[in-house]
Ligand binder design. Structure first.
Ligand code: RP5
Length: 164
């Protein structure tokens, strides 16, 4: 069964990453979420990634803060697409996590999205866009979502606009 795996490095990442899970829920995309750390539980991370691949995981979303090696470590274990979400916090408020996540060596890509809530939501959208390459129903839902977003810009503008 095709699904998306969300791995978060700590329980402290959970509240932001519920935005990712909620977005996948909204589109009816199967997903699961676990806590596993590249540093604190490397063996668990490895075993989980291998097991998830066998069970049908198509995309991994990895969220971590500080010296955030989770997405990169997962990318080293699989050729499935890996999306990295840098978490804010720590002494550098996420800049360290962003650089750790985005600066992968050649041949080992991690698709890094924005920090925080926007990144959590965009990680879900990016995962769904990947799945939609082989899922026409999902493609249609994503296209409809774009139309709704565009219409909302127009209706929001009508609410506030001042014309001379
Ligand atoms: C990372 O360190 C986690 O992903 C989290 O963002 C950060 C802090 O973790 P805690 O000390 O709050 O567990 O590994």
């Amino acid at each position: 069964m095709k699904f998306v795996s969300i791995i978060i490095g700590s329980k402290s990442d959970f509240s932001v990453m519920t935005e990712c899970a909620n977005t996948l829920d909204k589109f009816g995309v199967l997903h699961e979420l676990i806590i596993s750390s590249a540093h604190r539980s490397p063996a668990r991370t490895h075993d989980y990634v291998k097991g998830a691949e066998e069970r049908g995981c198509h995309v991994f979303i990895c969220a971590a803060g500080m010296a955030a090696h989770l997405a990169g470590a997962v990318a080293a274990m699989t050729i499935k697409p890996v999306i990295g979400v840098p978490m804010k916090g720590g002494a550098m408020d996420g800049m360290d996590a962003m650089l750790s996540t985005v600066q992968m060596p050649s041949g080992m890509p991690v698709a890094t999205v924005a920090m925080g809530k926007a990144g959590a939501i965009n990680s879900a959208y990016l995962a769904m866009q990947i799945l939609s390459l082989e899922d026409n129903d999902l493609k249609v839902k994503l296209e409809e979502d774009r139309i709704l977003k565009s219409k909302k810009v127009e209706s929001d503008s009508v609410d506030v606009e001042i014309r001379l």
